[in-house]
Design a protein around this ligand. Sequence first.
Ligand SMILES: CC(=O)N[C@H]1[C@@H](OP(=O)(O)OP(=O)(O)OC[C@H]2O[C@@H](n3ccc(=O)[nH]c3=O)[C@H](O)[C@@H]2O)O[C@H](CO)[C@@H](O)[C@@H]1O
Length: 335
Amino acid sequence: MSIVMTGGGTGGHLAIIKAVKEHLKEEELIYIGSTKGQDKQWFEEDSDFAYTYFFETRGVVNQGSLGKVKSLFMMFKATIQAIKLLRKHKAKVVFSVGGFSAAATAFAARILRIPLVIHEQNAALGSLNKLLKPHATAFISSYLEESPIKAYPIKQIFFDNARIRDKVGTIIFLGGSQGAKAINTLALELAPQLKERGINIIHQAGQNNIDEVQKVYDELGIEADVFGFTTKLADYMKEADLAIARSGASTLWELSATALPALYIPYPHAASDHQFYNAQFLVEKNLAWIMREDEIETGKVLALLDEDLSEKSRGLMEIVEKNGSEKIAALLTQI
Ligand SMILES: CC(=O)N[C@H]1[C@@H](OP(=O)(O)OP(=O)(O)OC[C@H]2O[C@@H](n3ccc(=O)[nH]c3=O)[C@H](O)[C@@H]2O)O[C@H](CO)[C@@H](O)[C@@H]1O
């Protein structure tokens, strides 16, 4: 009997599988993804999986009519392959993190009546997850009251680094794994005022923008800790008292676990505007601020620097649950 994990395409989805599989070392694990996207890069060589399979599939949503028909045909073919694999490996449960790369295996699970557990990362459901939610044995979402597990799978270090903030001594700008032009522009606009107030700047600018951003800081004569991408983000978050960030799911839950209050500027082109709804989940609880990219007002951002951050920081500490990956792994073995 094996546990089959499926889905991916981007890091946001794949990171969930990576975190959960760490707690399933005793099980026979199978990964099924797509040849398109980052699935192969992440898991093709990963020895935690007894077998890995990558189907010729691609997204359906962002295609013209002919492209949609072709994508659906590829998915149909892959579903037949998935049915064979689930039978061959005697799958006892299928864990899907969504994305087009999960579709064939998740459908196959339903056809074979194998329990299907879905993890949704965002507050606005992905198309596949929306379609399969009513048929899932368990649907896990940190934003839904009825979810069997509320904890988002992030590393323990973010919780270990939590501390209550009161005033802004250090600010961190986070553009997400790729960096964000709008956040870079805002940071550089604010920089002289931040310097005047003696506030330290940490700025994750994205690998492609690092040189031009550093150049502007140099021209302004402002010292800032600028980098493209770092593997030590937890340490930087620990240092900061306020974040200005994109609201990708992992970033949002990592900041929240660190009890670091944030102004979120959602990526405007995210599917179903999910970054907006991710941030809105915290804003409704009065635990974060939000500003649409085309509604950024420097004056309003500067006003946040005078806020007492302790209430939000404490509130974040109270709502964020720990051990998401362990809890999901336990659920998969108990089904
Ligand atoms: C553009 C887009 O559509 N992104 C989506 C993608 O997120 P994507 O993976 O791009 O973004 P997330 O915020 O979820 O994760 C970024 C990850 O990169 C790490 N990091 C970032 C910068 C750095 O210098 N070092 C570093 O380690 C962060 O700690 C975090 O763990 O999937 C997520 C989950 O479905 C969605 O919520 C996001 O909206």
